[in-house]
Design a protein around this ligand. Structure first.
Ligand SMILES: *[C@@H]1O[C@H](CO)[C@@H](O)[C@H](O)[C@H]1NC(C)=O
Length: 212
């Protein structure tokens, strides 16, 4: 009886009508290593409702869970694929930070920082489903807004002059636009719901991802 009661309670907590939830991924890359404890050349993190759920850095080079339920509920395959994906992102950042430094005629004296944040917000609907409300995909360089994706209009917004060549190039790649919109509005929301279920349904053996 007590078990049923707590199951019902968990069920209600999971899908509170009108409640907003978010899944955000942040990446941060430095143009060169700095000799400071805890500061890595490359760091990536996933955040569910602002709480870290996974972590990767250029020292350990492995994507690891940051919540017990992430560790328990997602199979090794998920972490292996995530590790590969983070390692290739690390390379992508290295290449692109060099391109930006050249574009801005910056030399190697100072450390420069390129950051990327992408994710989605969803609202819980009366039927328990999750509805996409906002998508975010933005780059920041040396602490300033650089380039961001206007999801509603499907265009990249350059915040500074140096971002214009990238904006023009990316606006011209239709498949990138479609991929970005698809990720933000559909795939990201799917994962958000998935993670909310994994987090909440602690009495179930596995979350959906593992059954696929
Ligand atoms: C590097 O850039 C800084 C800032 O623009 C400048 O003061 C410095 O002289 C440059 N160093 C070299 C080696 O070009």
């Amino acid at each position: 009886m007590l078990l049923i009661a707590s199951l019902v309670l968990l069920g209600t907590q999971l899908m509170v009508n009108g409640e907003r939830h978010s899944l955000i991924y942040t990446y941060s890359a430095l143009s060169k290593p700095v000799d400071l404890p805890g500061i890595h050349e490359f760091t990536a993190m996933g955040l569910l409702d602002d709480r870290p759920i996974d972590y990767y850095d250029s020292e350990t080079k492995v994507k690891v869970p940051k919540q017990p339920w992430m560790k328990e509920r997602l199979k090794q395959d998920y972490w292996d694929k995530g590790t590969q994906s983070r390692r290739s992102k690390q390379q992508w950042f290295k290449v692109n930070i060099d391109i930006l430094m050249k574009r801005m005629r910056q030399n190697d004296t100072d450390v420069h920082v390129l950051q990327w944040m992408h994710g989605c917000e969803g609202d819980v609907q009366p039927d328990g489903s999750l509805k996409f409300v906002n998508g975010m995909d933005m780059y920041n360089y040396d602490g300033d807004d650089f380039l961001s994706f206007d999801d509603a209009n499907g265009v990249w917004i350059a915040s500074v002059e140096a971002a214009l060549p990238t904006k023009r190039k990316w606006d011209g790649v239709q498949v990138l636009k479609e991929y970005t919109q698809g990720y933000l509005e559909s795939e990201c929301v799917k994962w958000l719901k998935e993670f909310m279920e994994c987090r909440q349904q602690q009495l179930k053996e596995v979350c959906k991802y593992d059954k696929k």
